[in-house]
Ligand binder design. Structure first.
Ligand SMILES: [Zn+2]
Length: 258
């Protein structure tokens, strides 16, 4: 039997979880690459994430044209090009979040402030998250929204091989190999930003080193993600469908039975 109903249900859950954790509000969105067609992706119609249900999910080609528009439930997000361009540029990416994460946005506009991981849970965002400025290529008359494939490709180029990129005066994108991973990282990126603002108010900050980022990222696998996801599902009253609990190669094995 196809897993699609559960996969779509998890995408609905991801919308609700990101809203619950203040990563998105009435705006912002989360998508997955289509599990049966890597040239397509799945994303809600333009609706506040906390309100999204399965009937809102639309299918797009990587140029962000609606596929099967006769069945389309409504207007798509104007910034869907973010998702299509990143899936086209990054074959390894299976899920994308775009948000206006409130504690992250200040780091997109203060030139002298570096944004990177200061706590281990946020390690995969990296030591120094790149910052995309729409004005560099598209001038100072845009409304800052990513509303074309050209803009999406320019943002994807700044993202490069990173897990996240800032968007000046706007927000951020976060990518992952799974939906759970991108939700987990988006939540911890927002928390990391809040902690970083507090830490900088107290004094000089020590960021995670490249080696620490790498070691943490290697340990980030099923066991860690399932622990988070099960709890996230409970918080928003959504069903939890367990996935494999494998540990990453960098996971700290302290259990003597292993
Ligand atoms: Zn936006």
């Amino acid at each position: 039997m196809s897993n699609m109903p559960k996969i779509l249900d998890d995408l609905v859950t991801a919308n609700h979880v990101l809203a619950k954790h203040n990563v998105v509000d009435s705006f912002g969105h989360v998508s997955i690459r289509h599990p049966e067609n890597p040239e397509h992706y799945l994303l809600s119609r333009a609706r506040a994430p906390a309100c999204v249900d399965q009937g809102d999910i639309m299918e797009f080609a990587l140029d962000s044209k609606v596929v099967g528009h006769n069945q389309a439930p409504g207007k798509p997000y104007s910034e869907r090009f973010i998702h299509g361009a990143i899936y086209a540029a990054r074959p390894d990416v299976m899920a994308v979040v775009h948000n206006h994460s409130p504690n992250v946005v200040p780091f997109t506009v203060v030139k002298s402030r570096r944004f990177g991981a200061i706590m281990h849970m946020a390690a995969p965002i990296g030591c120094c998250v790149p910052n995309w400025d729409i004005a560099t290529k598209f001038g100072d008359r845009t409304n800052l929204l990513v509303t074309s494939n050209d803009m999406g490709r320019d943002l994807a180029a700044t993202l490069g091989n990173n897990s996240a990129a800032l968007m000046r005066g706007h927000g951020a994108v976060v990518v992952g190999k799974t939906l759970r991973e991108v939700v987990f990282l988006s939540i911890y990126m927002e928390l990391n930003a809040e902690m970083l603002i507090k830490a900088q108010a107290m004094g000089e900050v020590t960021f995670l080193s490249e080696g620490e980022v790498e070691a943490n990222a290697r340990g980030r696998a099923g066991f860690t993600l399932e622990r988070g996801w099960e709890n996230f599902c409970r918080e928003v009253g959504r069903p939890y469908y367990p996935l494999a609990m494998e540990m990453g190669p960098g996971f700290s094995k302290t259990d003597p039975t292993q």
